[in-house]
Design a protein around this ligand. Sequence first.
Ligand code: ADP
Ligand code: ZN
Length: 738
Amino acid sequence: MQLYARVVTDEPTDKELDYSIPESCIGKVHVGSRVKVPLRSREILATVVALVDTPSVTEPKLISALVSDTPILNKSLLALARWMAEYYCCSVEAAIRSVLPQVIRKAELGFKQERIVSVNNEISEEGLQSFRAKAPRQAHVLQFAIAVAEPLQWRELQMRAATTDRTIQHLVDRGFLRVELETANRDPYANERFVPSTALELNSGQKQALEIVVQSVKAGDSRPILLHGITGSGKTEVYLQAIALCLSQGLSALVLVPEISLTPQTVEHFKMRFQADLIAVLHSHLSAGERHDEWHKLNSGRARVAIGARSAVFAPVQRLGLIVVDEEHETSYKQEEAPRYHARDLAVVRAQLDQCAILLGSATPSLESYQNAKTGKYRLVQLNSRVDDRQLPLIRVIDMRQEYLKQKHVPLISGSLANAIETRLAKKEQTILFLNRRGFATSLICNQCGFVCECPNCSVALTFHQGENRLKCHLCGHIALAPRKCPKCSDSSIRYAGYGTEKVESAVQKIFPSATVARMDADSMTRKDAYRTTLQAFRTGKIDVLVGTQMIAKGLDFPNVTLVGIINADVGLHMPDFRAGERTFQLLTQVAGRAGRGDMAGEVYVQSSTPFSPSIQFARHHNFEGFWEQEIDFRERCDYPPFLHLLMVHIRSEHQRRGEFTGETIHRRLSEKLDQGVTLHPVVPAPIERSKGYYRYQILLRTKSIRRLSKSVRSIIERLTFPDDVHVSVDVDPYQVL
Ligand code: ADP
Ligand code: ZN
């Protein structure tokens, strides 16, 4: 029996410290246990990462308390945390902080205890008789409880018998009623009923895909399977049946979905197919109590299917048989705060550690994953047709340059798109209009002096929101009143330039006054259930035209939608980001995929002023392979991923000079210390130079061996000290380059 525990404290250091285990706790402290330990003059929380025979110090201090009896970090999650720290350039402590949700780490919250009231059976009939005369109100409650004939929650009894706490308490004191404490599950879906669904008969493509996944599950083979299936090809059904197999083998499954598609619809699919309480759902809208309970449901093995967004890659699923990453190309899998991990990539590592199967699914795989499939690192499975051989929608590209020639301005909605909407309205079919930009106008510009209303904290223009008559910054949230006159020259010819979803909504309403138009974006969806009610209204046909941002781009399946309009395909295409083309192709394909999912064929109108750009043309012809070939060629020629790894050092400070100076210092040190095979680029201001009041600088590095680079960058930066007001962070495999 080992007498010493090696711990990582909840402090941002990477030292592993040894403590001795008090006699009373010997045998109870395991790897993964949470403990309290003395450090200098304080007591702090820590995680046990190893048990050792001989401590590294001569007189280790005693562990002061054991916080949780059962280890809450199993070996493979601990290994995942260590891998993450090394790869993503962060401390083990920071990695553990990502792995364990705060509510579990701090162990401040326990299970919810509920008071359950039942009737004490030993009451005599006579006792009851005389009681009625003495205390009629209590007798009424007692009679009610007897009639119900089963234990009730205290609150429920109080409400249903229309009585008070005091009356119930009197009955308890007199021994008529009994109270017991029971652990209650805080279930975020407690009030919902799920109609059971049964497995569908698979088509031959789905069968083949399933067969391959099943083989991997049975063999515990962690070689990733990339399921490239076009929109509407029935990928979800393959996931469901593969998970059913896992369950039948006594194994569990983990399903990752982008936060955006954690709609009630997705969760419903799973809760309907499997016993609802076998499923734990993890996402950012849970209360701390709900998160605590869902987490423990998994850790104890009571729940065996975990569904969640990014951070669910750390869900404490026991006996993993399969990990599914749906929409694996989604950039929301990348965490944009330290530690900046990518959940899909971590899922691939976790599958290796847990020796389980892993399935990555997408209609538009990322270049990285598709390249891995091409080189044989992943196994490629394709679904090339929609279920029931439904047609992919016909995509028309509207050349907005022609519209400009005709009308001398670029209209928001071209004549042909307006006609198409009109036809749908007449036929009672539905339309989705997509624009990846919120607000009414993207900027407020003075015609006289050219003044643009900019955010005081960020180097971007403020967006005008008509509904609230406010200017808002989409980076930092700054809000200002919209001026009537130019703040600089007082001219009143200030006008709105550009447009967002809010303006699209009002333009459509103007053209079609009798149509019901609704909008779905981060501004209109602030109420908790707005998302659900809007989708419900759309599903039941109460909305004719739904306008939205990427919130409506993915995963939605509405059979009556026969028209999708993309208002401006050029938004995002011409950003200074090497992934801009890939993102545009993915977005167009996904949005187009919302059309024609029922019995009626779908049509997509793509408005663009650069209709010749390859992302638009390949998307138009549903040609993933073609897009991939030209894009991968570009990446290879320009030394971008997946051929090389990128690493970005971010520097930000409220003081421009100090930020820049720090950047130069880091750059100098890097250039002295780095080995060959690393390309080091100069310090440059970020494309968005100022954000949230900080000046931003960045240093880009490229390499073939990222783990080596990551390690040396970390040790170089750790040895430097920076001014207090300068923040330095490292992003490995960055997605955000603006
Ligand atoms: P994807 O995720 O690939 O875009 P979905 O999984 O949403 O596609 O499937 C599209 C639709 O086809 C869903 O309504 C689903 O219920 C249905 N579906 C899937 N597989 C089958 C099948 N084998 N037979 C009949 N319908 C199916
Ligand atoms: Zn701002």
